[in-house]
Design a protein around this ligand. Structure first.
Ligand SMILES: NC(=O)C1=CN([C@@H]2O[C@H](COP(=O)(O)OP(=O)(O)OC[C@H]3O[C@@H](n4cnc5c(N)ncnc54)[C@H](O)[C@@H]3O)[C@@H](O)[C@H]2O)C=CC1
Ligand SMILES: N[C@@H](CC=O)C(=O)O
Ligand code: NA
Length: 430
């Protein structure tokens, strides 16, 4: 039975995602009411630019006073779609203190202040849901938090940023330039307000921190995540990957390390074989593998960015928070009881693909090979091609600690015969 008194929703921000949340709340009103057991009503929409025409939104609901909106007595749920740290954080805190549940897609804020926000939510008996914050429309956080709560997750690996996947895909499939592909991703609503967050890997690192925290029941801060974006990936890297039967993807990898006594979290471009399922993830799609003791390997795949797909995840959370409100309970809070330390990147065991420009003379190959051997790094393959008295040397290593690989590259740079270390990329997924 649907009760007649509506649950009131304050929407903060009406941009790419917020406008889709408002639209779906209207067009799906009857179904949402039936699923929740009470109708939803927009209490107000806080915006920065009130003069803008917003199709389907009653102008009487539009306000620039977000603070006033979230502290209204009649607001049951606050949907924060502004992004960034402030004023989003202050508004969410005010909502909790007012007894409202919160739905947000704000990974930057959660990666920085998740534990504090969870604590305030718990203190006030309020819900904090954020499925849209990681991998857009894909149900991922709730499966980790709820469906896998009885299992032990050992690894989470995947593509969690739509913008960078879109750019790399365009560069590879249509030969588009980096800037052109980024402009296209921005126009399609995939990129963050400041796309540096996407291309420098901050967005994926924030998502990795959130994922690692939930998967391993611990706390991982943004600063704990090794981060490298895609700004240095060149067309030559992509072509070299192709020659090896690989493609280049920006990956987020969170793993248990040291016999399960610590964790690692990293975001960086990597070459993966074309036969790997992640290689066929195109455009702004995301895909995440979760490996757990009993469940084995699970794969989550779907749209990772964009207004309507992201709004789908937001609406799902909104329904959950409203159901909890009506039932008088709250959803799961933070689970960080394991308190596992985060190991440095140097401890991660990985493979490297290294392109060197070297002098084309006898003994150079042996000299370079010795540097690898001196650092305990075993070589898998070497490809050499000559050009104008110089040779291009492409070395792919076997698995070795990242610290050993970093030291190897530093020592190679010291050799007079090595003119340039043209590119270094990790190899994953084999
Ligand atoms: N666009 C996407 O594909 C996805 C976005 N997200 C997250 O969703 C959130 C919103 O992202 P978008 O909608 O893409 O951003 P957007 O930039 O399109 O929308 C944000 C809106 O908030 C408004 N705003 C800024 N300050 C405000 C204030 N003080 N009061 C009221 N409104 C204010 C801006 O004018 C803008 O219209 C961010 O946290 C983002 O990281 C998450 C997943 C996917
Ligand atoms: N900018 C983000 C949006 C979704 O989280 C991305 O491109 O993935
Ligand atoms: Na999601």
């Amino acid at each position: 039975m649907v009760r007649t008194r509506p649950l009131k929703v304050a929407l903060l921000g009406c941009g790419v995602v917020g406008s889709q949340v408002a639209r779906l709340m209207t067009t799906h009103a009857e179904d949402l009411a039936a699923r929740i057991g009470a109708p939803l009503e927009l209490a107000g929409v806080a915006v920065r630019r009130p003069d803008r025409v917003r199709a389907g939104i009653d102008p009487a609901l539009v306000t620039t006073d977000a603070e006033g909106l979230v502290t209204r007595d009649d607001v049951d749920v606050v949907v924060e779609m502004i992004g960034g740290i402030e004023p989003a954080r202050g508004l969410i805190e005010a909502a909790f203190k007012n007894g409202a549940g919160v739905v947000t897609a704000n990974k930057a804020l959660l990666a920085q202040d998740g534990p504090a926000l969870h604590a305030i939510a718990a203190e006030h008996g309020a819900d904090l849901y954020y499925e849209a914050a990681v991998a857009g429309a894909i149900p991922l956080l709730r499966p980790l938090r709820e469906s896998l709560a009885g299992d032990t997750v050992n690894r989470v690996l995947g593509i969690v940023n739509g913008t960078t996947n879109f750019i790399l895909d365009r560069m590879e499939s249509s030969g588009a330039g980096y800037g052109e592909a980024l402009d296209e991703a921005t126009a399609l609503g995939y990129a963050e307000a400041d796309p540096t967050a996407d291309v420098e890997g901050f967005d994926a690192a924030a998502k990795a921190a959130i994922l690692a925290g939930i998967a391993f029941h611990t706390r991982v801060r943004l600063d704990d995540v090794h981060r490298q974006g895609i700004t240095e990936v060149t067309a030559a890297d992509i072509a070299s990957a192709r020659r090896m039967g690989c493609t280049v993807k920006l990956l987020a990898i969170c793993e248990r390390a040291g016999d399960g006594r610590s964790v690692t979290a990293r975001v960086h471009p990597a070459m993966i074989p074309l036969s790997h399922p992640l290689a066929s993830v195109k455009g702004a799609y995301n895909a995440v593998f979760v490996e757990a003791d009993s469940a084995g390997q699970l794969m989550f795949y779907g749209p990772g960015a964009g207004g309507a797909p992201t709004a789908s995840a937001v609406l799902g959370d909104l329904v959950a928070v409203c159901r909890n409100k009506l039932g008088g309970g709250r959803g799961p809070g933070e689970s960080a009881y394991t308190q596992l330390p985060v190991s440095p990147m140097g401890d991660v065991v990985t493979r490297y693909h290294i392109s060197l420009d070297v002098a084309d003379k006898p003994g150079v190959l042996a000299q370079c090979a010795l540097v690898f051997a001196d650092h305990g790094v075993s070589i898998d393959t070497v490809r050499q091609s000559g050009k104008d008295g110089e040779a291009s040397l492409v070395v792919v290593t076997h698995r070795a600690p990242d610290a050993a690989l970093t030291a190897t590259v530093a020592a190679l740079r010291e050799l007079d015969t090595v003119h340039d270390v043209a590119s270094i990329m990790r190899v994953e997924g084999e």
